[in-house]
Design a protein around this ligand. Structure first.
Ligand code: GLN
Length: 240
């Protein structure tokens, strides 16, 4: 079995170690004997979505998002076909915002991909800090770090989780992130995947199931340290 990961615009969208998400996916495949390859795309590269199994969009500053958003309109149609066909996407913070209809800031409005029914507007002050979520998708809480000025409102999609600690999508709704088909959008850096190995495995499993057209059960890995780190963070930030 083989997985091809497409890393979109890492030279622009890559904050707080988002690249670690790629390393995590590659390693967790490799440790199970699943071949994994990453293809990084720069702004002017042609992206053949039909060859990709997981697409990663990282976070970025408003300035970097502005540069990327014009380009995204050119790949919108192909990207949308990929998503509607069950293609796996993990988008973090700036990348998450660009999955939606728009991101409005006091510098202007960036048109998004409209792949997921959500929109983002800049609010007063930045929402910064550690986050712990409870997601229906995973048994372990999801942990990470957020730093965003945008507030995201969800339409017809589900949140990734309920906020146990932190601000989440808008600091008010009590929810964080978005799930639509096999797309996960989240404000969590960390990087999120090494901190949450069950989220990484969820993406790998969904990608393999789509590619090979059958149910896949991934061989468990020795995640003792990852589980202990997760537990430590949860105990530190959530009263249980
Ligand atoms: N520039 C966006 C915001 O401030 C996203 C930031 C990020 O990716 N960390 O809301």
């Amino acid at each position: 079995m083989k997985i091809t990961i497409g890393h979109l615009y890492p030279d622009l969208l890559n904050l707080y170690g988002d690249r670690g998400n790629i390393m995590c996916l590659m390693k967790r495949c490799e440790w199970r004997g699943i071949e994994a390859e990453t293809v990084s795309f720069e702004l002017n590269d042609k992206i053949s979505f039909e060859n990709l199994d997981i697409v990663l969009l990282g976070g970025g500053s408003d300035r970097e998002q502005m540069i990327v958003c014009t380009k995204l309109q050119e790949i919108r149609e192909d990207f949308s076909r990929y998503v509607e066909d069950g293609g796996v996407v993990i988008a973090v913070c700036g990348g998450y915002q660009l999955l939606g209809h728009y991101y409005r800031t006091d510098q202007g409005e960036m048109k998004g991909l409209s792949l997921v029914d959500l929109y983002t507007e800049q609010g007063e002050g930045r929402l910064i800090g550690n986050v712990v979520l409870k997601s229906d998708l995973f048994e372990m809480p999801v942990t990470g770090f957020e730093n965003h000025g945008g507030r995201t409102t969800l339409g017809k999609c589900r949140p990734l989780g309920k906020v146990l600690c932190g601000y989440g999508n808008d600091g008010q709704s009590g929810y964080e992130g978005a799930v639509y088909k096999n797309v996960i959008g989240t404000y969590l850096h960390g990087p999120i995947l090494p901190k949450n190995p069950n989220l990484a495995d969820y993406l790998i499993r969904k990608a393999l199931e789509r590619k090979y057209g059958k149910e896949i059960s991934l061989e468990p890995l020795k995640d003792k340290e990852e589980r202990e780190a997760n537990d430590y963070v949860v105990r530190r930030f959530v009263q249980i």
